[in-house]
Design a protein around this ligand. Structure first.
Ligand SMILES: C[S@@+](CC[C@H](N)C(=O)[O-])C[C@H]1O[C@@H](n2cnc3c(N)ncnc32)[C@H](O)[C@@H]1O
Length: 225
């Protein structure tokens, strides 16, 4: 099984646990890695589409872990049995807005997990905001670059820590800013340059959002000097 660096880093972020839920499991690579490496004892692999779920089921069989994994056709956590104890959940490779909906609608399950490993592809601020407001906290975060694209992976644990709200932290990660992460600096500088190029070609009335984003990028960069 060929697992990408992104999925490897997502999987390695999961703490040793009893049952893990892999939401939007697709091919099932994360589930398989977690079971084969003794990170999770059991898994529920869920996907809203039949095609990916069938591929997942086949891969679980090929990798000899199907006896420890249940596949579930489910929109987020909707088809989960509320009585089933889920210790950790992985949600990777979806937009932040969809991920936020899944977390919100799955409250009955989500409120009892010890860990969430989240890898939103877009609008990541929505997820950092959800974490702050829902009795969870970000234990650590990773940024990685694969095939020229940047990805953020959040290790989220239960229990809130009194966090001050700062837009710059929701936008670009308090953890990575305080760590002065070199890849975050690269990501921000690239974002700033792209925005500056883009700004030259658009009318003044449409520049507001980009100017605000640039101000946040500069704030984050100055915190890392
Ligand atoms: C781009 S793939 C990501 C697969 C894998 N998690 C990864 O990170 O490589 C997104 C998967 O999420 C599934 N998906 C989309 N919306 C979903 C939802 N509401 N509930 C469960 N699965 C969903 C899709 O069918 C697809 O298999």
């Amino acid at each position: 099984m060929n697992i990408s660096d992104r999925l490897l880093r997502v999987s390695e972020m999961v703490q040793k646990c009893g049952t893990v839920a892999d939401i939007g499991c697709d091919h099932g690579y994360v589930t398989i890695y977690l079971l084969k490496n003794g990170i999770a004892e059991r898994a529920v692999s869920a996907d809203v589409n039949k095609g990916p779920l069938e591929a997942c089921e086949k891969n679980l069989r090929l990798e000899h872990v199907s006896d420890r994994a249940k596949v579930l056709l489910s929109d987020g956590f909707k088809a989960f049995d509320a009585k089933e104890k889920i210790d950790a959940a992985v949600i990777a490779g979806m937009g932040g807005r969809l991920m936020k909906r899944i977390l919100t609608e799955g409250e009955a399950i989500v409120k009892n997990v010890s860990q969430l490993v989240l890898q939103p592809q877009s609008e990541i601020f929505l997820i950092r905001e959800w974490v702050r407001e829902n009795n969870f906290h970000i234990e650590r975060e990773e940024i990685l670059k694969e095939d020229g694209k940047y990805y953020f992976i959040l290790d989220v644990r239960r229990g809130s820590e009194k966090e001050e709200f700062r837009e710059v932290y929701d936008s670009f990660s308090k953890y990575l800013i305080e760590k002065k992460d070199p890849l975050l600096i690269e990501y921000l500088r690239r974002g700033l340059n792209n925005n500056l190029k883009y700004l030259q070609g658009i009318e003044e009335s449409r520049q507001g959002r980009l100017l605000h984003e640039n101000a946040l990028i500069n704030e984050a960069l100055s915190m890392m000097e």
